[in-house]
Ligand binder design. Structure first.
Ligand code: BV8
Length: 254
């Protein structure tokens, strides 16, 4: 298990310790060590096997609701089979540490898997929605997944309407409350940390710019360099389930 660069870990820990309000944005990379595929990984990534416009778009759903709901149900079962990893748990620990000092760590995630919450994090801002609840297209009612039979695809609600996952598909606007909370956290934070995301999806990829323009320190944790790497103050290259516990320990949050 490769150890992250101790000097970079110390720099990020110093930056975090001198902060009150931190904003964190996570992507699929944070759930990779729990066994969930990322999107853009050339071999194993979901988009290397499936065309996002064929599955993560309202037109795709209208064209073939069976295909799309089968795929999201499969992703749901995968997420359920997985456990939060040490990265999810360390982030929840850091959030608790900041809150116990009257500060805060706002956790914005692009992930729809619910693993941050299962890892102990609170008030997670699900900027691209969640796969754990679905909604009826006829009544708009939300349905917890466990209550859906899924013996038929596409599934229907008791009201007879088609059910779709409560995720944000390409071409759809972000959830207003989550967007408001994410923008507020990005513009008010002392430090913005981007973790396990390729930063390719907008407008979410713009939050770190917002924070930087407000004078916040910025950091990135990723297995490999991204378009952001040259622009952040601290870049930590390594697997998040290894790097985050080291950072939390260096901060004194464990
Ligand atoms: C919208 C939910 C208004 C569903 C998702 C401006 C410029 C260009 C395009 C646009 C623009 N504005 C809008 C667009 C269009 C579009 C967009 O951004 N297109 C991109 C692809 C160019 N945006 C939208 O459509 C958004 N809506 O803008 O509405 C509007 C409408 C129409 C036209 C204009 C405006 C809605 C976007 C939301 C889509 N829904 N998810 C689902 O999950 O199925 S996006 C989905 O993909 C995820 O939520 C996530 O956001 C994204 C995947 O990205 P990542 O999470 O970063 O994952 P990825 O695999 O790419 O990277 C993983 C990273 O982790 C890598 O860097 C890897 O190195 C690293 N890693 C891997 N393992 C580890 C690791 N790091 C650390 N440790 C490890 N172990």
């Amino acid at each position: 298990m490769e150890r992250p660069d101790p000097a970079a870990v110390a720099r990020l820990a110093d930056t975090l310790r001198s902060a009150s309000n931190v904003a964190v944005l996570t992507g699929a990379g944070v759930s990779a060590e729990s066994g969930l595929a990322t999107f853009r990984d050339k071999e194993e990534g979901l988009w290397s096997k499936y065309d996002p416009m064929e599955l993560a778009h309202i037109d795709a759903f209208n064209r073939d609701p069976e295909l799309v709901t089968r795929w999201y149900h499969w992703r749901f079962t995968r997420a359920r089979e997985c456990e939060p990893n040490a990265g999810h748990i360390a982030l929840a620990g850091l959030q608790h540490w900041f809150r116990s000092r009257g500060g805060d760590l706002a956790l914005i995630t692009q992930n729809v898997d619910g693993l941050h919450q299962r890892g102990g994090a609170a008030d997670v801002i699900e900027i691209h929605g969640t796969i754990l609840t679905w909604r009826c297209l006829a009544t708009g009612a939300h349905v917890e997944l466990d209550e859906i039979g899924f013996d038929t695809f596409p599934p229907s609600s008791d009201a007879g309407g088609l059910l779709r996952p409560n995720v944000i598909w390409f071409g759809e606007s972000l959830p207003p409350e989550a967007l408001e909370a994410a923008e507020q956290a990005s513009s008010a934070c002392d430090v913005f940390v981007s973790i396990g995301t390729s930063g390719m999806v907008w407008p979410t990829a713009g939050f770190i710019e917002e924070a930087k323009s407000r004078g916040a320190a910025t950091a990135e944790i990723n297995l490999e360099p991204t378009p952001m790497t040259d622009q952040v103050d601290v870049s930590l290259l390594g697997p998040s389930a290894v790097v985050l516990p080291s950072v939390a320990e260096a901060v004194g949050a464990t």
